[in-house]
Structure formats: C-alpha cells, structure tokens
Design a protein around this ligand. Sequence first.
Ligand SMILES: [Fe+2]
Ligand SMILES: [Fe+2]
Length: 307
Amino acid sequence: MGNGNTESTVQTSHVIPSAEVKDMVSYRVQHNKILEIKKLPTLPDIAYRLLDVLSQGDPDLAELEEIIRYDQAITAKVLSVANSAFYALQREIDTLHRAIVALGAREVGEIAFSICVFSVFRPLKSVGGFDLKEFWMHAIGTGITARILAQALDREDEEKYFTLGLMHDIGRLILLMVFPQEFEAILEQRQISGRSLLTEEKEAGLAHTWVGRWLLKRWELPEIFSIVARYHHHPFHKGHFLFEPALIKLADLTAHQMGIGNLPVGPLDDPSPILKRLGLNEDLYQAVQDHLVLIKEGIKEAWGQLL
Ligand SMILES: [Fe+2]
Ligand SMILES: [Fe+2]
C-alpha cells in the first residue's frame, strides 16, 4: 500500500452504489466478476493537474511548465518526443520551456498526461496476442485520430478528444492486471470463435467497457470519460445518439484500419452509420484517412520510444 504514488494500489470501497448495481444487473451476465474488483491502481496527482490545464480552451503555458518541470522523468521523455523526426523542428530542443514554445502547450500537456497514464500500468506484461505496446499505440492512434476528426467537424470542444481517445479502452488493462488468466482465456476463445474480443469479454462477464467505466469513475475523472468508456462500442443507445462515444468509435475503427496499433480485436464494425449521423461526408473522411497515412509512421516513431 502506498499513498498516492504511481506504483501504489488502493482499497476501493466495498459499498457499491445501488445505481451501479442496478446498471450491472441489467447487463444479464451470469456472474459479473467486475463486482469482485477490490484493488485498483491510482492515477498520479500530476495527471489530474495536467487534465485541468488541458481542459482550458487555450492551456496556460506557464502553468503547464510549472506542473511538469519538477518531474525529471516526464521532462526527459517530453524532450525526446519533441526531438523526434515527427515534429521536424529545425534545431534541438533542450529545455521544457522551448518544447512548450515549439510544440504548443496543448501538445506537450497531452504528451505529459499520456506518460503519466502509461506509468500507472508499467509493471504489466503482454499476454497471448495482446501486446501492451500495441495497446498503447492503438490508444494514442485513437486519440490523435479523434482530435483530427473533431477538427474536421469544426468542433469547438476539440481539445477533449485526444484524452478521451487515449483512455477509451483502459478497462482492458484492468482485465490484464486483475484477471490475467481470465483475460488470456478470453483471447484464446476469441481466436477459436472468430468473434469480436468485446463479445468474448461479455460472455465471460468481463466487458472492458464496464471495467473501464468502473475505473474512470473511481479515478473521479470528468464524467465524459466514463461515458465514453462505457458506450464507445454502442453510441446509438436506447434511441439516443451519444456524440463523444460515437466520435471515439469512429476514431477507434479508423486507427485499427490504418494499422496504428495492432490488437486482436476481431471483426470491425462498418463506420457508415456513424459517418452519416456525424455528418462527415466521404470526401472529408477520406481526407482524414489520407492525412493519417502521411503521419502514421511518425506517430509510431515519436510515441513508440515512450512505450
Ligand atoms: Fe473498446
Ligand atoms: Fe479501441
């Protein structure tokens, strides 16, 4: 047990809010193992402060620098990404301040936030066909794609989509951490059945959508994070269209199709209904894909060194 550092775990409350139980009962699985999770990793304090700054329309440069500069490990990693070929800067960036000026506060804040989230799950090992590096590459790819899609749609809230994309599948890491044997069996079963990984998780009572929602609520992140975790596979829910989960689903499908992060998730859904509902025409979607083709190797090179 620790006291909030990145390696520690905390005991969660044994009292489960009744609304959550009701929600899970309606899920119709014989035995919902999610309710058995007692221990969860904690998100470092700095991540909350970064998220706060990132939620500003125009993140404050000085505030961001103040948050990151005392953490040498994060600073060093930010500099190594800033100096990667992806950003094609004219000269070497050797201070955090210069990195923020050159890349922008938002970009640096998102890189730093990602490093914090990676660190929480650092002790984890890959299991049969589920490679942790590929998992994170998929998460980053989904985040970057989501931000590009939000820009293509002229969204005024475009700043939130990278972090939402980064966190959307986080429940799978809890499965790997808390139920490694069950998760390996799910992966094996998926290979045999050829069905989607989510379908197999549901069969086992361990849907990453539920676990992710559970974790993100425990972490007390803004509610939209747990909504996206829960609904990003089913953004058409009970007659409602859930915008953020839909955009993340489209980003997720696009990242898979582009090969940014290679995970054994099984057959992919057709993006057409979401494209239609989002009002993203074929030409514009094609332009997003063309852009991703151009930048994907750069993304892998720049971010791969952090994983
Ligand atoms: Fe997912
Ligand atoms: Fe995903």
